[in-house]
Design a protein around this ligand. Structure first.
Ligand SMILES: Cc1ncc(COP(=O)(O)O)c(C=O)c1O
Length: 488
């Protein structure tokens, strides 16, 4: 063994990688909650490198120093683990990426890697962009992608404006996303990927993941899933055949609401027709090492640790939020002022049976409370007011406990009217296609006692019976952005 120069560092890195791999293998044997709590940060690592700190440290440093030029060369040629510069990587990010890879593949032998990003939108952009390169063999050929039309408003804008309109990359919209044939019919030789958001925000559309993955793979295409609403506590798309998962880590994963962040988690050794061996071997690493290094959309160390801290209790929070949402949805189902309640957990929802195949509380069969597999349907529901647009706004304006905000997955219950907020910019026609009427209020149930949320909803709905809406006089802080163009 040559232990001189650069090889001295490479040998040490190999020994260390072996130790870390063994540790990850041990962690993989643990239950979901244990992985969520500990992730890939070990007591050994704490003692050897981090002064025994029991919580993963925040490395608020722009860059890393090297012992000598050999170590620098080995690091910058990616031959040893390095974080060299926080735009590319950083130990705090690495801890978050490690735990997300393990949680999204929990219960399977799948190996995955993750690239954390500065937002969910950055994650979506990062995951899709490598599949949208010009084909050198057919430089003139047009590109398209197939995705359901019921997506978060920001995703809609990225697809419709940034890709379809500005770059001529056609978005082929799947309207009835549970119809697998519709996905297949839209694919041709110029299709680059299939993309699905499920359950979608706010319409809660759902499709048979396994079947759509089979369609994608028949054509050598990747299936990319936005799993923000489900979270790995309920659905793990990679284990059902998807290739890449997107998370707006901002949402349920970071239920405290301390920051905006995202992640791309992908299975290794992708079996796709694209001619890019490194991308296929390890998509997460590829993103970090090349496109995201050059484009720079990565997460800050502070946000990585804030997210990591919330993820530790993910399963129990999702369980609680889901049970409360079910109670609220059932309560509202026959309310005189409500036209329709959309919640996948209700038997009356047309996609309830399909959702029940996929939406299961992870490890409920190992939980003394349940001792069997139990379905949970998440915290996202919507209600359609029986009345006018003004009635809808009056009910919304009367909420006292429920926060009016364009957010979801929070420990505090939040509500929005998507047609005037998150899904406003996409316009009426696109909202109609995605079934988002102006009378729809999206409710994301938090960790409060559900009876208090029901009481707030009841008093707000009573406004339709003629109770007056009390308005407060606005005061604005100097720090708030006022430009209309800054709306989400
Ligand atoms: C389903 C879904 N995906 C992606 C995003 C975008 O995430 P971010 O706001 O972190 O950029 C959102 C935001 O609301 C979302 O709801």
């Amino acid at each position: 063994m040559d232990s001189s120069g650069i090889n001295h560092y490479i040998d040490a890195a190999q020994r260390s990688a072996k130790w870390h791999d063994e540790y990850k293998k041990e962690m993989k044997k643990c239950r979901f909650d244990t992985i969520a709590v500990h992730g890939i940060y070990s007591m050994q690592e704490a003692l050897d490198f981090n002064q025994g700190s029991i919580i993963e440290p925040i490395y608020m440093s722009s860059s890393q120093a090297y012992r000598d030029s050999d170590e620098m060369e080995a690091a910058l040629s990616y031959q040893i683990p390095t974080w060299c510069y926080s735009r590319i990587g950083n130990p705090s990010m690495y801890y978050l990426e490690g735990v997300l890879s393990m949680l999204e593949t929990y219960g399977s032998e799948i190996e995955a890697s993750c690239c954390a990003t500065s937002s969910g939108m950055a994650a979506i952009f990062s995951a899709l962009d490598p599949f949208l390169n010009i084909d050198p063999k057919r430089p003139e050929s047009p590109m398209n992608f197939v995705a359901n039309c019921q997506v978060y408003g920001g995703t809609h804008q990225q697809f419709a404006s940034r890709k379809d309109k500005e770059k001529n990359i056609e978005w082929r919209k799947v309207v009835k996303s549970h119809d697998v044939d519709e996905w297949e019919k839209l694919i041709d030789e110029n299709t680059r990927f299939l993309y699905g958001e499920m359950p979608s925000n706010p319409s809660q559309t759902f499709f048979d993941l396994e079947k759509v993955a089979a369609v994608a793979h028949k054509y050598g295409l990747p299936l990319i899933i936005d799993n923000t609403v489900g979270t790995p506590a309920l659905i793990r798309p990679l284990t059902w055949g998807a290739d890449i998962v997107i998370q707006s880590v901002t949402k349920t994963l970071s239920s405290s609401g301390f920051g905006v962040s995202g992640a791309v988690i992908a299975r290794k050794n992708l079996d796709l027709k694209i001619d890019n061996p490194m991308l296929k071997a390890d998509f997460g690493l590829y993103l970090k090492a090349l496109p995201n290094r050059d484009n720079g959309p990565n997460i800050s160390p502070m946000n990585a640790i804030l997210a990591l801290n919330d993820i530790r209790t993910l399963r129990s929070k999702v369980d609680l939020m889901s049970r409360s949402t079910m109670k609220i949805a059932k309560h509202l189902q026959n309310h005189k002022h409500i036209e329709q309640v959309d919640y996948l957990g209700l038997e009356s929802h047309p996609l309830h049976e399909l959702a029940s195949k996929y939406m299961l509380l992870v490890d409920s069969e190992h939980d003394d409370l349940y001792n069997k597999k139990v379905n949970r349907y998440g915290h996202l529901m919507s209600l359609r007011i029986k009345g006018s647009v003004q009635d809808t706004r009056d009910v919304f304006d009367a909420f006292q406990r429920i926060w009016r905000a364009t957010d979801l997955g929070r420990i505090k219950t939040v509500a929005t009217i998507p047609s005037i907020s998150t899904h406003q910019q996409q316009g009426e026609e696109a909202r109609k296609m995605a079934d988002i009427p102006t009378t729809l209020i999206r409710l994301c149930v938090g960790g409060e006692h559900p009876d208090d949320i029901i009481a707030d909803l009841e008093q707000a709905l009573a406004v339709i019976d003629g109770k007056k809406v009390v308005r407060t006089s606005p005061e604005y802080s100097a720090g708030g952005a006022s430009s209309a163009t800054l709306r989400r």
